[in-house]
Design a protein around this ligand. Structure first.
Ligand code: SAM
Length: 234
């Protein structure tokens, strides 16, 4: 049974696509997509030996070797140009996801959709997508086993590159997610209330310190707290 987190990712992958899952670990997502006949072919990439062996094992156990290619290598190095329609990168920090995309830029040509699930730092991913003219088309935020996860979906469409979902509140939208901000579901409110508690603790610690070079950081943190509170009507 695939986790709600990875099913949420799966829901954004086109039928009949060729997909590549980078940092696939057990290759649960590619196996699910093939068994559900949702995609025609899948590639599971892993940089580390242990997870790579887990992926190989899982694919062999399900007898899916002719539908899933398990490859060992760093990030998008394992792909040939124009091989995949959809790339997924899940269960890592936003910084790592962005650096994998940045390093593998030449391999992304021909890819139509990215489905990314950062555990933290989704804002870093949104900023990378924006810088590279990927259009953010959907976002989801869900809670599973007490943890909150965000899923970002971006499409490549050069003709629509001006149609980013950001407004004059861009700075806040990059942090919270333009779609998630509109929806404001329970998981969203819980996540940001938790972040606010953390930031307020940090701010209190800063207040106690006399260091003058903290002034700027304090002011910017206070500004962020105020704008998130306002957005949540707190
Ligand atoms: N994607 C799966 C999921 O969401 O359940 C596994 C997530 S697991 C926490 C992260 C995986 O990414 C690890 O198995 C790790 O070995 C792999 N990984 C980290 N950096 C990578 C890179 N540069 N290229 C390929 N895989 C990487």
């Amino acid at each position: 049974n695939l986790s709600l987190r990875l099913r949420t990712v799966a829901a954004h992958i086109h039928r009949e696509a060729v997909m590549a899952d980078i940092g696939s670990d057990h290759a649960y997502l590619p196996c699910y997509l093939i068994l559900e006949h949702q995609v025609v072919y899948a590639i599971a990439g892993e940089v580390n030996e242990g997870p790579y062996q887990s992926a190989l094992h899982e694919v062999q156990a399900a007898n899916l070797q002719n539908k899933i290619s398990v490859r060992k290598g760093d990030g998008l190095d394992i792909l040939s140009p124009n091989e995949a329609d959809v790339i997924t990168i899940c269960g890592m920090g936003g910084q790592l996801i962005s650096s994998i995309l940045e390093k593998g830029k030449t391999k992304i040509e021909g890819v139509k959709r990215l489905v990314l699930q950062p555990n933290v730092g989704a804002d870093t991913v949104r900023k990378w997508l924006m810088k590279e003219n990927w259009i953010l088309v959907h976002e989801e935020i869900i809670k599973e086993d007490g943890k909150i996860y965000e899923v970002l979906v971006a499409d490549w469409d050069w003709d629509k590159k001006e149609q980013q979902p950001y407004s004059e509140k861009e700075e806040l939208e990059l942090l919270l997610g333009p779609f998630l901000m509109k929806e404001k579901n329970e998981a969203f409110v819980e996540k940001w209330k938790g972040e606010l508690r953390q930031w307020e603790k940090i701010l209190q610690q800063m207040e106690r310190s006399e260091s003058p070079d903290l002034a700027e950081r304090k002011a910017s943190l206070q500004k962020r707290i105020d704008s998130v509170k306002e957005e949540l009507s707190l």
